[in-house]
Design a protein around this ligand. Structure first.
Ligand code: SF4
Length: 315
């Protein structure tokens, strides 16, 4: 069976006055039906650029994206196909919702725009989805500013579900919410996945949040995947020094594993990345080979990892 999403050697490069900025630099990913792939990395590592390519907001400069085995086309029919298969949920629900529309209109809008069913069918569908995401008739009659942050994110999720997509790309979808509300929205996403067979690309800078919802985790650094594998294996048996530093910076993990690997220094400029391994300027395990040769992803146990010395680095 075709995966719901597959990217092959996907690149997004931008020419700037200072050189070529490689925001996404050769990403190969796939997501199966009903699977959540967590994508984690610091701000500016290329996660959101990758997300925007997958949903069709941005165009890649090289490589390909196939949704359910079909590579993207142009025109209205192709856009509707893409919208019916993949939708995106953003970090800030306030900015993503039209402040002048009532909630029922917001949820219905994708159906109206794409002329799906007649008026009463669209209204019924909006009500059904609203209930699925935990909103009531009361909420449907409100304006976005009358709702809490968690309720607004539920509205965003409902709208994203209107066209029955197979894949939701969640870009920092709970980062702006209080911790208790985060848990409610994460649980909702997990329940919806079970009920509707959805697949998620779940993007966050927070590895603890990603671990909670993901079947597999991919770790991204400067436009490339540096580690990918089953979620618990990446969390507990993390191999790449960057993944180790990300987990060491999580408070309860740091207490258990004081490995002295807290992430230090800034991400280098993506216009002039270090030679060899892009992480070497922040890596306490770096050796001569790291400056000379770029490590490619290779299988080590259940993971794939891009580090020359993954096998010899241990707690
Ligand atoms: S290849 Fe070298 S610099 Fe890069 S992560 Fe591994 S040890 Fe560190």
């Amino acid at each position: 069976m075709n995966p719901v999403l597959r990217t092959d050697h996907l690149k997004v490069h931008h020419d700037t006055a200072r050189g070529t900025l490689k925001a996404v630099d050769g990403i190969d990913l796939s997501i199966a039906e009903g699977e959540t792939l967590g994508l984690v990395g610091e701000s500016g590592c290329g996660k959101s650029t990758l997300a925007r390519c997958i949903v069709g907001i941005s165009r890649p400069t090289d490589g390909s994206i196939a949704i359910q085995g079909v590579s993207g086309g142009r025109g209205r029919a192709a856009r509707l196909d893409r919208a019916q298969t993949v939708q995106m949920i953003f970090q800030d629900p306030s900015g993503a919702l039209n402040p002048r529309l009532r909630v029922d209109r917001i949820i219905r809008e994708p159906l109206d725009v794409n002329n799906v069913g007649d008026r009463s069918e669209r209204r019924d569908k909006a009500l059904k989805i609203a209930r699925e995401v935990g909103l009531s008739d009361y909420h449907l009659d409100r304006m976005p500013h009358e709702l809490s942050g968690g309720q607004r994110q539920r509205v965003s999720i409902a709208r994203a579900l209107a066209l029955n997509p197979k894949l939701l790309v969640c870009d920092e979808a709970v980062s702006a919410l209080d911790v208790s509300v985060q848990a409610q929205v994460l649980n909702l996403l997990v329940d919806l996945q079970k009920d509707l067979g959805l697949s998620y690309l779940f993007i966050s800078h927070d590895l603890a949040v990603v671990r909670y919802v993901s079947h597999r985790i991919a770790v991204m650094y400067m436009g490339r995947i540096v580690e990918i594998g089953p979620a618990e294996d990446v969390w507990r048996g993390r191999l790449h020094p960057y993944t180790r530093a990300l987990t060491a910076s999580i408070p309860d993990e740091a207490a258990r594993r004081d490995t002295g690997e807290l992430l230090e220094g800034d991400v280098p400029s993506p216009v002039s990345p270090p030679s060899g391994c892009a992480f070497r300027t922040r890596c306490r395990f770096a050796r001569q080979q790291c400056a000379a040769e770029r490590p490619e992803l290779r299988r080590v146990g259940t993971h794939e990892v891009a580090c020359h010395f993954a096998e010899t680095i241990s707690d």
